[in-house]
Design a protein around this ligand. Structure first.
Ligand code: S3P
Length: 166
């Protein structure tokens, strides 16, 4: 698998997608893009404000456009949002475009890492958060590779590179 030139990091909120993307980018010397950051820059609004003022449907439409805009990027790591890979069209595009890595962290880790500070609209209600956690696993399981994301970041990066055969 040495011809891989694009890696997508997927997984639930709090799995460490953005942090692992930055560490992996430094390690490989590749560009790093964060879907949520791009959405916020494009809309000039925080994710929380987009959900609140425009609704989740609007957020998902922008998310899809941002993802499509990133398709041409090569030697690139993309940190997605927790819902990006759950959408079947997004999922098909990502699976065809690069190596999709599921950062799989246990529910307890997600709960501990994601504060209810209003920045993540879908984390405000813990019951809904837990329900989403379980409901989404079937989608994340469709990733090419699964990595235990409860480990320290550097270890996750090493394991990922091992799995890819680098
Ligand atoms: C979401 C996860 C968030 C962000 C938005 C929706 C989700 O990203 O895209 O709040 O549907 O799980 P992170 O996974 O980076 O927190």
């Amino acid at each position: 698998m040495t011809d891989i030139d694009k890696i997508y990091l997927v997984g639930f909120m709090g799995a460490g997608k953005s942090s692992v993307a930055r560490a992996l980018g430094r390690r490989l010397g590749w560009r790093v893009d964060d879907v949520d950051e791009r959405i916020e820059a494009r809309e000039k609004q925080s994710v929380a404000d987009i959900f609140r003022l425009r609704g989740e449907g609007y957020f998902r439409a922008v998310e899809r456009e941002v993802l499509i805009g990133l398709l041409p990027a090569r030697h690139s790591i993309v940190a997605t949002g927790g819902g990006t890979f759950v959408d079947p069209d997004n999922r098909a595009r990502m699976l065809a475009d690069g190596l999709v890595v599921w950062l799989d962290a246990p529910l307890e880790t997600a709960i501990a890492r994601v504060p209810r500070d209003g920045r993540r609209p879908l984390a405000a209600d813990r019951a809904r958060f837990t329900e989403l956690f379980w409901a989404r696993r079937a989608a994340y399981e469709l990733a090419h590779v699964r990595i235990d994301a409860s480990r320290p970041i550097e270890e996750i990066v090493e394991r990922l590179l091992d799995q890819v055969g680098w």
